[in-house]
Design a protein around this ligand. Structure first.
Ligand code: SAM
Length: 225
């Protein structure tokens, strides 16, 4: 998989991609991350990438030209399965969309700033709009990092234990059951006996019950789906 991220602040994204699972995935050649600075495509003599909004009002808007130049350049080099704009008014990010996106080859992600991007970019180039929650971030970079992480960990070979992503929350519309590790007792707080029993069918049944219980109490909406 290849992910191209279009941003005015590539330095904000260096951190998330340079450690742990996301770094390992790149080192293993399972994903390529390419950061593109929109500012490099500005034709403005001060390298500006934003301008006042038509109609007046507070806040600048990201200009159409540098973004379109960059998107069109990338599209001449390969075809993209999705051109994604991270935006608070996009479709709320869910595991199902991450699963679907993890099957794609080439993804482009556009990070907005200020009041957002000129609407004409959304109309003519964006194929998918994603929100990571009902709150407003200063820019799309953290949202792009969240989306990339949620996708990349699903790629075959990225996680050491191949099955572990499948037993995470939201797969099968259930939350994950509680987990424990050594010691079996700490300050008198005991690990549930069944987990120490070695009886795997019983453990499996306990986990299913716990997952269902947890989902019922914390996210009953998942059970309606
Ligand atoms: N004026 C916009 C609004 O009210 O919907 C908010 C713009 S926000 C300050 C700047 C940029 O941050 C957006 O263009 C988007 O790329 C990103 N962003 C902010 N909140 C986000 C969220 N919840 N999900 C995804 N991206 C977000």
């Amino acid at each position: 998989m290849r992910i191209d991220i279009l941003t005015v602040l590539p330095e904000l994204l260096n951190g998330p991609f340079s450690a742990s699972i996301l770094k390992r995935a790149q080192d293993k050649g399972l994903v390529e991350i390419h950061l593109h600075n929109i500012r490099d495509y500005s034709t403005d003599r001060h390298n500006n990438v934003d301008d006042y909004q038509y109609g007046g009002g507070a806040g600048m808007v990201m200009s159409i030209e540098p973004i379109v130049t960059l998107i069109e350049k990338l599209k001449t080099e390969r075809s993209y399965d999705e051109v994604i704009y991270l935006t608070p008014d996009g479709e709320m990010l869910e595991q199902k969309a991450c699963n679907e996106l993890s099957l794609k080859n080439n993804l482009m992600m556009l990070c907005g700033h200020y009041k957002g991007i000129d609407e004409r970019i959304r109309e003519h180039f964006i194929t998918k709009e994603v929100s990571i929650g009902s709150y407003v971030l200063s820019g799309g970079e953290l949202a792009a990092a969240v989306l990339s992480d949620a996708i990349i960990r699903l790629l075959p070979g990225v996680l050491n234990n191949e099955t572990s992503a499948l037993t995470d929350s939201f797969q099968d519309n259930l939350l994950s059951p509680p987990v424990y590790t050594r010691p079996p007792e700490f300050r008198g707080w005991k690990v549930p006996e069944v987990l120490l029993s070695g009886n795997f069918p019983k453990i499996e049944k306990w986990r299913e019950e716990q997952a269902l219980e947890r989902t019922k109490s914390r996210r009953p909406d998942l059970l309606d789906e």
